[in-house]
Design a binder for this molecule. Structure first.
Ligand code: 13P
Length: 251
């Protein structure tokens, strides 16, 4: 049985003070009775403050980062290492988000190095893959997404892979208010699981959690979560308001 995993990707939003306010409000309303895994992924500058509130208030919320560099230390101005994240109790690292691919030219090859570095450092990747509207309209979406998956997982060990979360995020559904239909989203998540079974084994594929992301909100979460191959959500905009994020968690 895969445990549901709901994560909030805050993107470039929230100062450290806003983060503390959010987590205090969230923690107060949430009451530590979660039946699913929950993570928030604030900007790097807010991780330390988030860790403090999570520890002080004993919240059952995990911390995630939105990116990480694959080297351990050195002359890489502006980058963040695995050790820096581990020192802040970070457990998850979002990798390969479409915004990083689009605005910062991240390629599957680079993302693959990061996936391996995340595992070497006993962190857990949330690997994002998804197609553009042009690719979907041309009917090549499965081929494209499975290609991204295969390249990003190149030579990743079997023992590690059970700890990965795959986030299927069709780019045309991100921040647009357009959600993939739950059938389309589930279809792609099934194809992803089938490919993991082919690359590793069906046991591994059955253990890996696959999230859907793209305009997830309180009104569409139940339908998505009713689908057999969708194990959770990577939520952008709706994770920035404590009430909306709570409503999603309590779907
Ligand atoms: P929205 O929920 O704002 O569409 O963002 C989705 C996303 O990109 C999460 O990583």
């Amino acid at each position: 049985m895969r445990k549901v995993f709901i994560a909030g990707n805050w993107k470039m939003n929230m100062t450290h003070l806003e983060t503390m306010k959010f987590l205090e409000e969230f923690g107060f309303k949430f009451g530590n009775k979660n039946k699913c895994d929950i993570a928030v992924c604030p900007p790097f500058t807010a991780l330390r403050s988030a860790m403090t509130v999570i520890n002080d208030d004993n919240l059952e919320i995990k911390l995630g980062a939105q990116n990480m560099y694959f080297e351990t230390k050195g002359a890489f101005t502006g980058e963040i290492s695995p050790d820096m994240l581990k020192a802040l109790n970070v457990e998850y690292v979002i990798l390969g988000h479409s915004e990083r691919r689009q605005y910062f030219n991240e390629t599957d090859k680079l993302i693959n190095k990061k996936v391996k570095a995340v595992f070497e450092n006993k962190l857990k990747p949330i690997l994002c893959i998804g197609e553009t509207i042009d690719i979907r309209e041309s009917g090549r979406e499965k081929e494209f997404v499975i290609g991204q998956l295969t390249d990003c997982l190149d030579s990743v060990d079997r023992e590690d892979i059970v700890n990965i979360t795959i986030a299927y995020e069709p780019i045309w559904a991100i921040g647009t208010g357009k959600t993939a239909t739950s059938e389309d989203a589930n279809n792609m998540c099934s194809a992803i699981r089938a490919k993991i079974a082919e690359l590793y084994s069906s046991d591994v594929a059955n253990a890996v959690r696959i999230q859907y992301g793209g305009s997830v909100k309180p009104s569409n979460i139940s339908e998505l979560m009713n689908m057999p191959d969708i194990d959770g959500a990577l939520v952008g905009g709706a994770s920035l308001k404590a009430d909306d994020f709570l409503a999603i968690i309590n779907y």
